[in-house]
Design a protein around this ligand. Structure first.
Ligand code: ZN
Ligand code: FE
Length: 763
């Protein structure tokens, strides 16, 4: 954000405002501001944002410009304000001028936003026209990205085109002084969408939809609820039977369910919430926020088994507000799907797929154009860390200090896929697509790319992809005709995404710790120290590889990693009598033999698998039912003040290898000495942070780099992230961590995009 006052004290100014300033009520705001200060002139949209001509006493003009920066409308993001002096014209009054068609075509589609305070008051005010109306919205809130079908962004290009505005809504829409001025989805009970309640078979029920839903939930029922970006499945979070039944029906064993509560006070009854966390909950993005659960919190144990956290969100549509106000208690609000399928968002599909899971459907007749999952975030030392960047954030672009000379498409990775379009200084990261391993997800990947290309008029000339030949995203990229292809190594993409996230070009020492990524040497990488900038990366050190016994099976069964790491730590002769060996005695020897012989056991330097091994050794769990489960439970068990960490030695190769197996030996030694498991888990975390700092120190000596970027899914581990960042800072490093994009594979596409752009620009 910058102000360039070219000429002091002019009497008429031209002001250009860039950023997210269209479709967010910016022109009415400017017009109201000018009239408040008694200034004359006009405001309009053009291709790069909002332009203003304003005339009056110099002092008031300065106040006017300051207010543009200081008090813009809720959903606006002012990135740049430029002013220049003009000759005065002596005009009177302040007006909003119509947009040119070119300007309209360039207006960016904004993200969906949670119901604003004023709309909420209307739906709860019995005297208001929109009292109890589930589709109330205005320029400050409501559906956007999820309902947009094309460009330019106007009503005809949204799924609201099926409803024609009544005279009253039209008057609000046309009135520059109204907060619904040019709010494209504006509607009311007379002209807009309506709710309907259906029974388990999809037949209409003649009851008030909200009351009928609430009654069913109170009676222990499970109800599918059509929301903003897809269907949720809801049940009372206090009802152990209902929540367990939901788990069984969804084939979801342990992965925590998200909750929706009526408001901040209700959230505080379940969780401990500081100011930063409250701000995340209340933001217009309305993400799920991961919060420390109160020990006294009474939600059913099946909501989030074996974790001290709850994922909580506040209502973000009028439907949610109406439901929660009547229902009172917290609701489980989980995505409407079975196990790993994408969330249902089309009505017929939802009734088919969710039949047999739910007892009723709360639906409406506004079509969802794009499936968008709830975003997930948490606060780390006052800063947000996104785990999933989707509804509420997408398609807000990230503004980069570098330019995409040619339009870029980056196809992302396989897990938690997102893709990214780059144009000018902007990177448009897509909504969460999901794990690209079935036809339905692939289909939503392909249609999503097509949709975003049209919305942002980007025709990619350069296409970036992961080097893994079997990723469906890679195959998609390689099949595209007539584009320039740029392969980007997985962990380079992680580090580049962290650089882009921070607007720093590098070079840096990149610490990329994750579960799995394709290594050019034929091994599975995932515990990498890279020397990296936007253009290239070089492997500078890594965890010493161990076998991944059984390949994918080892990812689902951490005990296999314990076996592999024990053999690495004890030269094939681990101590006898270990619990993990006893529990898995039936397959233990066979798995070790296969690993030793290299049968279906690729080598991996994965840091994620190291955490798995320790989790199994500490009897946390032998199998996982969702990704990262073992590491999450290990982190939660760890005693933070466990003293100094275990020490890993380092090989003196050209590319040094860190003997993580040393940590395993220490774990086993402490275990047999009767040290408490929580303390061992704590010492292990300290040990990993310590090996990171020690290696970065070495690399700094050797290569003279003083900045470290931390990326990869392992850094979702807040204990490890905090510890590593603190120790690195103490050692004199500048530390880069993620803020706007996830450290996990959801951020990979951004990294790919900026690498492709850098290579396209040339050095
Ligand atoms: Zn509103
Ligand atoms: Fe990764």
């Amino acid at each position: 954000m910058q102000t360039e006052l070219v000429n002091a004290a002019p009497e008429r100014l031209r002001v250009d405002v860039e950023g997210v300033v269209q479709g967010v009520g910016f022109r009415p705001f400017v017009s109201a501001l000018a009239r408040r200060l008694d200034l004359s002139g006009f405001v309009g949209n053009d291709t790069s944002g909002v332009f203003i001509e304003v005339e009056g006493p110099p002092e008031l003009l300065s106040r006017f410009v300051a207010a543009l920066l200081d008090e813009p409308p809720t959903l606006a993001r002012v990135e740049r304000v430029r002013t220049r002096a003009l000759r005065t014209t002596g005009d009177r009054g302040f007006t909003i001028v119509a947009s040119t068609t070119t300007a309209a075509r360039h207006a960016l589609v904004t993200a969906d936003a949670g119901t604003c305070e004023e709309c909420l008051q209307e739906i709860t005010d019995p005297r208001a026209n929109r009292y109890g109306y589930a589709f109330t919205n205005c320029t400050n809130c409501g559906p956007r990205y999820t309902i947009v079908t094309g460009v330019p962004y106007d009503r005809a290009h949204t799924t609201m085109s099926a409803f024609s505005m009544c005279a009253r809504c039209r008057a609000e829409y046309d009135d520059p002084d109204d907060r619904r001025y040019h709010a494209e989805p504006v509607c009311c009970p007379d002209c807009g969408p309506a709710l309907r309640l259906l029974d388990a078979r999809g037949a209409p029920v003649a009851e008030d939809p909200i009351t009928g839903t609430v009654e069913r939930l109170q009676a222990g029922g499970i109800v599918a609820i059509k929301g903003l970006g897809g269907y949720h499945i809801a049940a009372s979070a206090f009802d152990e039977v209902a929540v367990s039944r939901l788990r069984a029906a969804k084939h979801r064993e342990d992965r925590p369910f998200g909750l929706m509560v009526a408001g901040l006070d209700a959230a505080r009854q379940l969780c401990v919430i500081d100011d930063d966390e409250a701000a995340l909950l209340l933001g217009p993005e309305r993400p799920i926020v991961l919060l420390a659960r109160r020990t006294a919190s009474v939600v059913a144990s099946a909501v989030a088994p074996r974790t001290g956290e709850l994922g909580v969100m506040l209502p973000y549509t009028p439907v949610h507000h109406l439901l929660l106000q009547q229902f009172g208690g917290p609701l489980v609000m989980t995505s409407g799907n079975r196990s790993d399928e994408p969330i249902a968002f089309e009505d017929d599909d939802a009734t088919n797929r969710l039949a047999g899971i739910v007892d009723a459907f709360l639906v409406h007749d506004r079509r969802i154009e794009t499936r968008v999952d709830d975003s997930v975030t948490r606060s780390v030392d006052g800063r947000a860390m996104l785990i999933r960047r989707s509804r509420g954030f997408v398609p807000r672009p990230l503004r980069l200090p570098w330019e995409f000379e040619r339009p870029v498409l980056a196809c992302g990775a396989e897990q938690k896929n997102t893709f990214c379009l780059g144009r000018g200084h902007q990177a448009f990261l897509s909504h969460h697509i999901g794990d690209l391993e079935n036809f339905e997800t692939l289909e939503s990947f392909v249609t999503g790319i097509d949709h975003l290309q049209r919305l942002f008029t980007v025709t990619p000339e350069v296409v970036a992809y992961d080097l893994h030949p079997d990723y469906l995203s890679t195959k998609y990229a390689l099949d595209l005709p007539g584009v320039e292809l740029v392969g980007v190594q997985h962990h380079h993409a992680h580090i580049a995404s962290c650089l882009a996230d921070n607007g720093v070009p590098g070079p840096v020492i990149g610490v990329a710790f994750d579960g799995t990524g394709f290594g050019p040497d034929g091994t599975v990488w995932g515990g990498e120290f890279l020397l990296a900038d936007l253009w290239e990366s070089q492997r500078a050190a890594h965890l010493s590889p161990v076998p991944l016994p059984g390949g994918a099976a080892a990812i689902r069964q951490p005990w296999r990693m314990a076996a592999a790491y024990l053999d690495a730590a004890f030269g094939g002769e681990p101590p006898s009598g270990l619990e993990v060996a006893r529990r898995n005695a039936g397959r233990w020897q066979a798995v070790r033999a296969a690993a030793a012989a290299g049968i279906n056991s690729p080598l991996t330097s994965s840091a994620g698998r190291l955490f798995d091994a320790v989790a199994a050794l500490l009897d946390v769990r032998d199998e996982v039912t969702y990704e990262g489960q073992a590491a999450i439970e290990l982190e939660q068990m760890a005693e933070p003040d466990a003293g100094t960490g275990y020490i890993a030695s380092v090989s003196d190769d050209e590319i040094p290898r860190v003997w993580a197996a040393d940590l395993i030996r220490s774990v086993v030694a402490d275990r047999s000495a009767g040290v408490h498991r929580a303390v061992i888990a704590g010492r292990f975390h300290h040990g990993v942070a310590r090996l990171i700092v020690d290696m970065c120190d070495r690399l700094r000596e050797r290569h003279g780099l003083g900045t470290v970027a931390l990326s990869g899914g392992v850094f979702q581990n807040v204990f490890l992230l905090r510890l590593s960042a603190a120790m690195l800072s103490e050692s004199g490093f500048d530390v880069l961590t993620h803020r706007q994009v996830p450290p996990n594979d959801g951020g990979i596409s951004l990294g790919q995009a900026v690498v492709a752009a850098a290579r396209d620009r040339g050095r």
